[in-house]
Design a protein around this ligand. Structure first.
Ligand code: IDP
Ligand code: MG
Length: 149
């Protein structure tokens, strides 16, 4: 089953939206296989966002993402990467479809609440960066036959 990395950004924690956002992924059927709260160092944030080094928004992004604790998760399910991104909505909240997390709770790109891996290579890199193998919990759910065919 596919796995993806999701992070609830500092604005999600500060605004008390952790439960609301996690619930949306859970209700979709995605299974939480790892989850923790931590505050990123600048060095770690550079590693996480290395693909954006040099872009005009990079320094602002690092300041935002290190400004408070974040909640990091690994989610598992059929098409987890695509499904998590669709549940989040477009990067710019103004372009995100109603019903998505970003559209329902945010207004600006630099305060868009949530991060999700954008492909299988990125997911593997980000899961490995954020979690040790022993932090990924292997378990079944009794509802799985009602979610997966
Ligand atoms: P994504 O989070 O939807 O994958 P990316 O293009 O990977 O979007 O950008 C990473 C994050 O950087 C975005 O979620 C957003 O918080 C921030 N960001 C991207 N572009 C801009 C911008 O033009 N201005 C401000 N922040 C931006
Ligand atoms: Mg991205």
């Amino acid at each position: 089953m596919e796995r993806t990395f999701v992070m609830l950004k500092p604005d999600a924690v500060q605004r008390g939206l952790v439960g609301e956002i996690v619930q949306r992924f859970e209700r979709r059927g995605l299974k939480i296989v790892a989850m923790k709260l931590l505050q990123m160092s600048t060095e770690f944030a550079h590693k996480h966002y290395e693909v954006h080094v040099g872009k005009p928004f990079f320094e602002g992004l690092i300041k935002y993402i290190t400004s408070g604790p974040v909640v990091a998760l690994v989610l598992e399910g059929a098409n987890a990467i695509e499904v998590a991104r669709a549940t989040m909505g477009a990067t710019h909240p103004a372009k995100a479809a109603p019903g998505t997390i970003r559209a329902d709770f945010s207004l600006e790109m630099g305060r868009n609440l949530v991060h999700g891996s954008d492909g299988s290579d990125t997911a593997a890199f980000e899961i490995g960066l954020w979690f040790g193998e022993q932090e990924l919990v292997d378990y079944g759910r009794s509802v799985d036959p009602w979610i997966f065919e």
